[in-house]
Design a protein around this ligand. Structure first.
Ligand code: PSU
Ligand code: MN
Length: 327
């Protein structure tokens, strides 16, 4: 079990989250970048609350993570979520930015990378998001590879996501995850999902059929000590809920052209694309985005509850074994 970081003037853990961790109840970390930079205001406030409710429906306690006035918060109250959703100047913080924001007393939303790293510090083992960052198309020239990948490679947190968007180089992203020793599990699927699409056209190396099975992977990796990296659990939208193929292809093509035209790069790429999709899909990209995030939060809630239960059973079995051993 990871040892939770003690609280300090730089980091506070919400009381309910702390109690859940102490009691061995499942906890699911949630990122705040999707709220601040991935979903339109003011819908993001209500969606944020629904994501937390979905984690609870899965049997776990949600911990949305953000940096507010230089303090890392593991778990946000209602007003804090509203602040993240409303402040137009809130920064997007990857891991490298968190210490800077803390030192300068700034506020920011956390990405998959920083949310995973901070969740791990707090002793949280499961994390739900929409889509993972990855290798961008043309990365061999631009070097644009999301820090999400490198951080997952060194952080033992299971990330539930709907794969990556097809604006990325999906095959290159999967190759990189293999190189970085990050296992990718398909949840009831053999196909790696493509965010808006149920199937990106790439296969997943492994398939699990239940939350309990995904949790067993986490527990077995910890017991063997082969858990330096995290795990990606890829949860596709049902085929009848995906974005229609022709609309999808038009959005991707137009979105990539727009980036080129506007000279957008670096950390602004994903927020700008999402904004464009939401504006020009007649609500369809937002509908799919919300559905997949809620589905991921529910599944993560179930997996975290299972990880907690299986870890407790494992510790109990170990102490019985130790007690029965001859002196
Ligand atoms: N993918 C999405 N929606 C998002 C993101 C990714 O479908 O909002 C966000 C996540 O916070 C992710 C970040 O960690 O974008 C990756 O950004 P970059 O590519 O700049 O590392
Ligand atoms: Mn990038």
């Amino acid at each position: 079990m990871p040892q939770p970081l003690p609280e300090s003037d730089l980091l506070v853990v919400h009381e309910e989250v702390l109690e859940a961790l102490d009691a061995g109840v499942g906890v699911v970390a949630l990122e705040s970048t999707i709220l601040a930079h991935g979903l339109p205001h003011p819908d993001n406030i209500e969606i944020g609350a629904r994501i937390e409710d979905a984690v609870r429906s899965g049997g776990s306690v949600p911990a949305t993570i953000a940096v507010l006035d230089g303090v890392v918060h593991i778990g946000l109250g209602e007003q804090e979520v509203e602040r993240v959703c409303t402040d137009p100047d809130i920064a997007k913080l990857s891991v490298r930015d968190v210490g800077v924001a803390a030192a300068l007393g700034l506020s920011g939303a956390t990405t998959v990378a920083s949310t995973s790293a901070l969740a791990h510090l707090a002793g949280i083992r499961v994390f739900a998001t929409g889509g993972l960052g990855g290798v961008h198309r043309g990365a061999s020239e631009t070097f644009d590879v999301s820090a999400d990948l490198g951080v997952i490679a060194s952080t033992p947190v299971l990330v539930v996501c709907a794969g990556v968007k097809s604006i990325l180089d999906v095959a290159g992203t999967l190759e990189t995850l293999e190189t970085l020793s990050v296992p990718v599990l398909g949840y009831r699927t053999d196909a790696f999902p493509g965010f808006y699409l149920s199937d990106s056209g790439q296969p997943v190396p492994w398939r699990v059929e239940s939350a309990a099975e995904a949790a067993r992977v986490v527990v077995a990796r910890a017991r063997l000590g082969t858990d330096a990296a995290g795990v990606v659990l890829a949860n596709p939208l049902p085929v009848d809920r995906q974005v229609e193929r022709s609309l999808h292809d038009r959005l991707v093509e137009e979105g990539l052209a727009l980036l080129e035209r506007e000279g957008v790069h670096g950390k602004d790429v994903t927020p700008r694309l999402l904004e464009y999709f939401h504006e020009s899909s007649g609500g369809e990209s937002l509908r799919a985005n919300v559905e997949l995030v809620l589905s991921n939060a529910l599944l993560a809630g179930e997996v975290a509850a299972e990880v907690a239960a299986q870890s407790a059973a494992q510790s109990a079995a170990q102490s019985v074994g130790a007690g029965a051993a001859p002196a």
